[in-house]
Write a protein that binds this ligand. Structure first.
Ligand SMILES: NC(=O)c1ccc[n+]([C@@H]2O[C@H](COP(=O)([O-])OP(=O)(O)OC[C@H]3O[C@@H](n4cnc5c(N)ncnc54)[C@H](OP(=O)(O)O)[C@@H]3O)[C@@H](O)[C@H]2O)c1
Length: 239
C-alpha cells in the first residue's frame, strides 16, 4: 500500500485476530509498511494473503493460528504468546452468512447461531482471553460496523448481521464498564462498506480507501482512555 509515514503516536507492537485476508490482512500490511511489528492470526495454514504479506515483511510480520469460536484455541494462543506484550490488540474476525437475512422470511437457525457465536461470543472471548497481553496504556480495538448502530438503522436489511454488531457493541460496552479504571483506549470501529469477501463486489470502497484512514484513527486514539464507537475518519457513530 506504499505507506511510509510512522508517527510518534503509532502503535508499534500489534496483534491482529482474523487476518488471513480482507481487512485484517490489510491492517497487518499497513502497520508493517509503517514499521510496526505485527502478529496476524489465521484459522488454517494454507496459502493466504497474510502469508504473502509476512513473506515480504522482512520479519516484521509473524503468523499465528486461532479460530475464535474454539475457546481452547484462544487459551492455547494466549499461552504461546506468554512473555509478549502488545500496544494494540485488534480483533477483526467476523462473518456474514446470509446477505438478505430478514426475520420472518428464511433465516436459517444454524446460520443465525454461527453469526452470533463468531461475531459476538467469539470476538468477546478473544478480547477477554488476550486483553492481559495489552500494555496498561495500550489499545483494544474491535471491528464493528456502522450497521451495528441501532439509532442509525433507517434503511433496514442485513438484519442478523446488524444484530450481531449491535450485540457486539453492547458486550464491548459491558467490558468497558468492568474496566472503567483502565487507562487503555477501547475502540469499536466501522471501516465503511468495503470490497472484500464479506463486503462483496458492489461495496463503495476499496480496501485502500478504508484501512489507511482507519489505522490513522486507531493510532490517534492511543493513550486516550475509555470507550468510543468511531468511523474510519474518527467521527463518533451514535449507538
Ligand atoms: N467489508 C465490509 O464492508 C465491512 C464493513 C463493516 C465491518 N466489517 C467487518 O470487518 C471485519 C473483517 O471483514 P472483511 O470484510 O475483511 O471480511 P472477509 O474478507 O470475509 O475476512 C474475514 C476474516 O475473518 C476471519 N474469520 C472468520 N471467522 C473466523 C473465526 N471463527 N476465527 C478466526 N477468524 C475468523 C476470516 O478467516 P478465514 O480466511 O479463515 O475465513 C477472515 O480472515 C468483520 O468483522 C466484518 O464484519 C466489514
Amino acid at each position: 500500500m506504499g505507506e511510509t509515514t510512522p508517527t510518534n503516536a503509532m502503535h508499534r507492537n500489534v496483534l491482529v485476530i482474523g487476518a488471513s485476508r480482507g481487512l485484517g490482512a490489510a491492517i497487518v500490511e499497513t502497520y508493517v509498511s509503517r514499521g510496526a511489528h505485527v502478529i496476524g492470526t489465521e484459522r488454517s495454514d494454507g496459502p493466504s494473503r497474510l502469508r504473502d504479506v509476512a513473506a515480504r515483511s522482512g520479519g516484521l510480520a509473524e503468523i499465528e493460528q486461532v479460530d475464535i469460536t474454539r475457546p481452547e484455541e484462544i487459551s492455547a494462543l494466549r499461552s504461546r504468546l506468554s512473555g509478549r506484550t502488545f500496544d494494540l490488540l485488534f480483533v477483526v474476525a467476523g462473518i456474514s452468512l446470509a446477505a438478505q437475512d430478514e426475520i420472518g422470511a428464511d433465516i436459517d437457525t444454524h446460520a443465525f447461531e454461527r453469526m452470533m457465536v463468531t461475531n459476538v461470543l467469539g470476538v468477546m472471548r478473544a478480547v477477554e482471553g488476550l486483553q492481559d497481553l495489552v500494555t496498561p496504556e495500550g489499545t483494544i480495538a474491535v471491528m464493528s460496523s456502522g450497521q451495528g448502530s441501532i439509532s442509525g438503522n433507517n434503511s433496514g436489511g442485513f438484519e442478523v448481521y446488524r444484530a450481531t454488531k449491535s450485540a457486539l457493541n453492547q458486550m464491548f460496552r459491558s467490558f468497558a464498564v468492568r474496566h472503567r479504571d483502565d487507562r487503555r483506549a477501547l475502540l469499536l470501529l466501522a471501516p465503511g462498506w468495503v470490497r472484500t469477501g464479506l463486503g462483496g463486489p458492489n461495496a463503495a470502497l476499496e480496501i485502500g480507501d478504508s484501512i489507511p484512514p482507519l489505522i490513522d484513527t486507531v493510532d490517534a486514539q492511543r493513550g486516550v482512555p475509555g470507550l468510543r464507537f468511531l468511523d474510519r475518519h474518527g467521527q463518533t457513530i451514535p449507538w
